[in-house]
Ligand binder design. Structure first.
Ligand code: AP5
Length: 214
Protein backbone atom coordinates (compact mmCIF):
# COMPACT_ATOMS: atom_id res chain seq x y z
CA UNK A 1 0.00 0.00 0.00
CA UNK A 2 1.33 3.45 -0.95
CA UNK A 3 -0.32 6.52 0.62
CA UNK A 4 0.16 10.27 0.35
CA UNK A 5 -0.71 12.29 3.45
CA UNK A 6 -1.46 15.86 2.40
CA UNK A 7 -2.06 18.87 4.61
CA UNK A 8 -0.54 22.20 5.61
CA UNK A 9 2.23 22.50 8.21
CA UNK A 10 1.04 21.13 11.55
CA UNK A 11 -1.94 19.26 10.07
CA UNK A 12 -0.71 16.05 11.73
CA UNK A 13 0.99 14.30 8.81
CA UNK A 14 4.01 13.26 10.86
CA UNK A 15 1.92 12.23 13.87
CA UNK A 16 -0.40 10.05 11.82
CA UNK A 17 2.47 8.64 9.72
CA UNK A 18 4.15 7.34 12.88
CA UNK A 19 0.93 5.58 13.87
CA UNK A 20 0.58 3.99 10.42
CA UNK A 21 4.18 2.78 10.65
CA UNK A 22 3.48 1.13 14.01
CA UNK A 23 0.19 -0.46 12.96
CA UNK A 24 0.90 -1.51 9.39
CA UNK A 25 4.70 -1.74 9.02
CA UNK A 26 4.66 0.93 6.33
CA UNK A 27 7.74 3.11 5.86
CA UNK A 28 7.38 6.85 6.49
CA UNK A 29 9.07 8.84 3.74
CA UNK A 30 9.19 12.40 5.07
CA UNK A 31 11.11 14.76 2.82
CA UNK A 32 11.23 17.25 5.70
CA UNK A 33 12.98 14.66 7.93
CA UNK A 34 15.34 13.69 5.10
CA UNK A 35 16.27 17.33 4.49
CA UNK A 36 16.79 18.00 8.21
CA UNK A 37 19.09 14.94 8.38
CA UNK A 38 21.05 16.30 5.38
CA UNK A 39 21.35 19.73 7.05
CA UNK A 40 22.57 18.10 10.28
CA UNK A 41 25.13 15.98 8.40
CA UNK A 42 26.31 19.00 6.38
CA UNK A 43 25.93 17.20 3.03
CA UNK A 44 25.84 19.23 -0.23
CA UNK A 45 22.02 18.83 -0.27
CA UNK A 46 21.84 20.01 3.34
CA UNK A 47 23.99 23.06 2.63
CA UNK A 48 21.66 24.05 -0.24
CA UNK A 49 18.49 23.36 1.72
CA UNK A 50 19.21 25.04 5.06
CA UNK A 51 18.50 28.70 4.21
CA UNK A 52 15.44 27.77 2.14
CA UNK A 53 13.97 25.71 4.99
CA UNK A 54 14.74 28.35 7.61
CA UNK A 55 12.76 30.84 5.48
CA UNK A 56 9.82 28.44 5.18
CA UNK A 57 10.12 28.20 1.41
CA UNK A 58 10.28 25.06 -0.75
CA UNK A 59 13.50 23.23 -1.60
CA UNK A 60 13.96 22.43 -5.32
CA UNK A 61 11.81 19.74 -6.91
CA UNK A 62 14.89 17.89 -8.24
CA UNK A 63 16.46 17.55 -4.80
CA UNK A 64 13.38 16.18 -3.02
CA UNK A 65 12.36 13.83 -5.84
CA UNK A 66 15.90 12.37 -5.87
CA UNK A 67 15.68 11.80 -2.10
CA UNK A 68 12.37 9.94 -2.48
CA UNK A 69 13.69 7.74 -5.31
CA UNK A 70 16.78 6.83 -3.26
CA UNK A 71 14.68 5.86 -0.23
CA UNK A 72 12.33 3.68 -2.27
CA UNK A 73 15.33 1.90 -3.76
CA UNK A 74 16.48 0.62 -0.38
CA UNK A 75 13.01 -0.61 0.65
CA UNK A 76 11.84 -4.15 0.12
CA UNK A 77 9.40 -4.41 -2.81
CA UNK A 78 6.62 -5.65 -0.50
CA UNK A 79 6.83 -2.78 1.98
CA UNK A 80 4.37 0.08 1.48
CA UNK A 81 5.22 3.76 1.81
CA UNK A 82 3.61 6.80 3.39
CA UNK A 83 4.61 9.95 1.56
CA UNK A 84 4.68 12.64 4.26
CA UNK A 85 5.24 16.15 2.89
CA UNK A 86 5.80 14.96 -0.67
CA UNK A 87 4.69 15.77 -3.35
CA UNK A 88 4.32 19.50 -2.70
CA UNK A 89 4.21 20.89 -6.26
CA UNK A 90 2.74 19.82 -9.60
CA UNK A 91 6.25 18.99 -10.82
CA UNK A 92 6.82 16.70 -7.80
CA UNK A 93 3.46 15.00 -8.38
CA UNK A 94 4.52 14.28 -11.95
CA UNK A 95 7.92 13.01 -10.80
CA UNK A 96 6.28 10.73 -8.24
CA UNK A 97 4.20 9.08 -10.96
CA UNK A 98 7.40 8.21 -12.83
CA UNK A 99 9.27 7.16 -9.69
CA UNK A 100 6.49 4.76 -8.68
CA UNK A 101 5.88 3.36 -12.16
CA UNK A 102 9.57 2.62 -12.69
CA UNK A 103 9.59 0.62 -9.44
CA UNK A 104 6.37 -1.28 -10.12
CA UNK A 105 4.41 0.60 -7.45
CA UNK A 106 1.10 2.45 -7.57
CA UNK A 107 -0.65 5.00 -5.37
CA UNK A 108 -3.59 3.62 -3.41
CA UNK A 109 -4.77 6.61 -1.39
CA UNK A 110 -4.26 10.36 -1.09
CA UNK A 111 -5.54 11.48 2.30
CA UNK A 112 -5.94 15.18 2.91
CA UNK A 113 -6.10 16.37 6.51
CA UNK A 114 -8.56 19.28 6.59
CA UNK A 115 -7.58 21.86 9.20
CA UNK A 116 -8.08 25.38 10.50
CA UNK A 117 -4.84 27.23 9.76
CA UNK A 118 -5.04 29.60 12.74
CA UNK A 119 -5.19 26.67 15.18
CA UNK A 120 -2.14 25.18 13.51
CA UNK A 121 0.15 27.95 14.68
CA UNK A 122 -0.43 26.85 18.31
CA UNK A 123 0.13 23.22 17.34
CA UNK A 124 3.41 23.94 15.62
CA UNK A 125 4.94 26.39 18.06
CA UNK A 126 4.18 23.95 20.94
CA UNK A 127 5.65 20.80 19.45
CA UNK A 128 8.96 19.10 20.23
CA UNK A 129 10.55 15.71 19.68
CA UNK A 130 12.73 13.27 21.57
CA UNK A 131 16.32 13.96 20.50
CA UNK A 132 17.12 10.22 20.71
CA UNK A 133 14.25 8.40 18.96
CA UNK A 134 12.31 11.24 17.28
CA UNK A 135 8.96 10.60 18.98
CA UNK A 136 6.78 13.69 18.73
CA UNK A 137 5.24 15.57 21.70
CA UNK A 138 3.35 18.80 22.30
CA UNK A 139 3.43 21.25 25.23
CA UNK A 140 -0.38 21.03 25.55
CA UNK A 141 -1.77 18.18 23.45
CA UNK A 142 0.69 15.29 23.89
CA UNK A 143 2.98 15.35 26.90
CA UNK A 144 5.19 12.42 27.97
CA UNK A 145 3.63 10.34 30.78
CA UNK A 146 6.59 11.24 33.01
CA UNK A 147 7.72 14.82 32.47
CA UNK A 148 11.17 15.01 30.88
CA UNK A 149 11.27 11.30 29.92
CA UNK A 150 10.43 9.95 26.47
CA UNK A 151 7.59 7.37 26.60
CA UNK A 152 9.14 5.39 23.78
CA UNK A 153 12.89 5.19 24.51
CA UNK A 154 13.35 6.69 27.99
CA UNK A 155 15.55 9.50 26.61
CA UNK A 156 15.79 12.79 28.50
CA UNK A 157 16.80 15.19 25.72
CA UNK A 158 14.23 16.95 23.56
CA UNK A 159 14.51 19.39 20.65
CA UNK A 160 12.47 21.94 18.70
CA UNK A 161 12.71 22.80 14.99
CA UNK A 162 14.26 26.13 13.97
CA UNK A 163 11.43 26.76 11.45
CA UNK A 164 8.68 26.36 14.07
CA UNK A 165 8.26 30.07 14.80
CA UNK A 166 5.09 31.98 13.87
CA UNK A 167 6.58 34.06 11.03
CA UNK A 168 8.09 31.06 9.24
CA UNK A 169 4.95 29.00 9.84
CA UNK A 170 2.87 31.67 8.06
CA UNK A 171 5.24 31.50 5.06
CA UNK A 172 5.02 27.67 5.05
CA UNK A 173 1.22 27.91 5.03
CA UNK A 174 1.26 30.39 2.15
CA UNK A 175 3.53 28.00 0.21
CA UNK A 176 1.04 25.19 0.87
CA UNK A 177 -1.91 27.24 -0.39
CA UNK A 178 -0.07 28.47 -3.49
CA UNK A 179 1.84 25.37 -4.59
CA UNK A 180 0.61 22.23 -2.82
CA UNK A 181 -3.19 22.55 -2.53
CA UNK A 182 -3.47 22.94 -6.34
CA UNK A 183 -2.15 19.39 -6.89
CA UNK A 184 -5.21 17.84 -5.22
CA UNK A 185 -7.34 17.86 -8.41
CA UNK A 186 -4.72 15.65 -10.12
CA UNK A 187 -5.53 12.89 -7.65
CA UNK A 188 -9.25 13.71 -7.41
CA UNK A 189 -9.47 12.98 -11.13
CA UNK A 190 -8.12 9.48 -10.35
CA UNK A 191 -10.74 8.91 -7.63
CA UNK A 192 -8.20 8.18 -4.87
CA UNK A 193 -8.66 11.24 -2.59
CA UNK A 194 -10.22 11.04 0.86
CA UNK A 195 -10.73 13.97 3.24
CA UNK A 196 -10.23 13.52 6.96
CA UNK A 197 -11.01 16.08 9.68
CA UNK A 198 -7.54 16.92 10.98
CA UNK A 199 -8.98 19.10 13.77
CA UNK A 200 -10.50 16.07 15.54
CA UNK A 201 -8.77 14.35 18.49
CA UNK A 202 -5.63 12.49 17.39
CA UNK A 203 -7.18 9.05 17.99
CA UNK A 204 -10.26 10.02 15.98
CA UNK A 205 -8.07 11.20 13.11
CA UNK A 206 -6.27 7.85 13.24
CA UNK A 207 -9.60 5.97 13.20
CA UNK A 208 -10.80 7.98 10.19
CA UNK A 209 -7.57 7.20 8.30
CA UNK A 210 -7.88 3.52 9.21
CA UNK A 211 -11.41 3.53 7.77
CA UNK A 212 -10.09 4.95 4.49
CA UNK A 213 -7.31 2.39 4.06
CA UNK A 214 -9.28 -0.65 5.35
P1 AP5 B 1 8.10 19.33 6.74
O1 AP5 B 1 9.01 18.74 7.73
O2 AP5 B 1 7.40 18.43 5.78
O3 AP5 B 1 7.06 20.23 7.50
P2 AP5 B 1 5.55 20.61 7.23
O4 AP5 B 1 4.88 20.12 6.00
O5 AP5 B 1 5.57 22.08 7.39
O6 AP5 B 1 4.77 19.81 8.23
P3 AP5 B 1 5.07 19.63 9.72
O7 AP5 B 1 6.09 18.59 9.97
O8 AP5 B 1 5.36 20.99 10.31
O9 AP5 B 1 3.64 19.23 10.26
P4 AP5 B 1 2.88 17.85 10.32
O10 AP5 B 1 1.68 17.93 9.43
O11 AP5 B 1 3.80 16.68 10.17
O12 AP5 B 1 2.31 17.94 11.82
P5 AP5 B 1 2.71 17.10 13.12
O13 AP5 B 1 2.22 15.71 13.01
O14 AP5 B 1 4.14 17.32 13.50
O15 AP5 B 1 8.88 20.41 5.85
C1 AP5 B 1 9.75 21.36 6.45
C2 AP5 B 1 10.45 22.16 5.35
O16 AP5 B 1 11.24 21.27 4.52
C3 AP5 B 1 9.51 22.85 4.35
O17 AP5 B 1 9.08 24.12 4.83
C4 AP5 B 1 10.42 22.95 3.10
O18 AP5 B 1 11.35 24.00 3.23
C5 AP5 B 1 11.18 21.62 3.14
N1 AP5 B 1 10.51 20.54 2.40
C6 AP5 B 1 10.03 19.37 2.92
N2 AP5 B 1 9.47 18.61 1.97
C7 AP5 B 1 9.58 19.30 0.81
C8 AP5 B 1 9.17 19.05 -0.53
N3 AP5 B 1 8.51 17.93 -0.86
N4 AP5 B 1 9.45 20.00 -1.46
C9 AP5 B 1 10.11 21.12 -1.16
N5 AP5 B 1 10.53 21.43 0.10
C10 AP5 B 1 10.27 20.53 1.07
O19 AP5 B 1 1.77 17.84 14.19
C11 AP5 B 1 2.07 19.14 14.66
C12 AP5 B 1 1.82 19.21 16.18
O20 AP5 B 1 0.42 19.11 16.42
C13 AP5 B 1 2.47 18.08 16.97
O21 AP5 B 1 2.99 18.60 18.16
C14 AP5 B 1 1.33 17.10 17.26
O22 AP5 B 1 1.53 16.46 18.51
C15 AP5 B 1 0.13 18.00 17.27
N6 AP5 B 1 -1.04 17.34 16.68
C16 AP5 B 1 -1.10 16.53 15.60
N7 AP5 B 1 -2.35 16.12 15.36
C17 AP5 B 1 -3.13 16.68 16.32
C18 AP5 B 1 -4.54 16.65 16.64
N8 AP5 B 1 -5.41 15.92 15.89
N9 AP5 B 1 -4.97 17.35 17.69
C19 AP5 B 1 -4.11 18.09 18.45
N10 AP5 B 1 -2.78 18.15 18.23
C20 AP5 B 1 -2.29 17.47 17.18
Amino acid sequence: MNIILLGPPGAGKGTQSQRLVERHGLKQLSTGDMLRAAVKAGTPVGLKAKAVMDAGELVSDEIVSALIGDELDVMGPGQGAIFDGYPRTAAQAESLDGILASRGRKLDHVIELDVDEDALVERITGRYTCATCGKGYHDTFEKPAVEGTCDKCGGHEFKRRPDDNEETVRTRMAEYRAKTAPILPIYEARGIVAHVDGMAQMDDVTAAIEAVIA
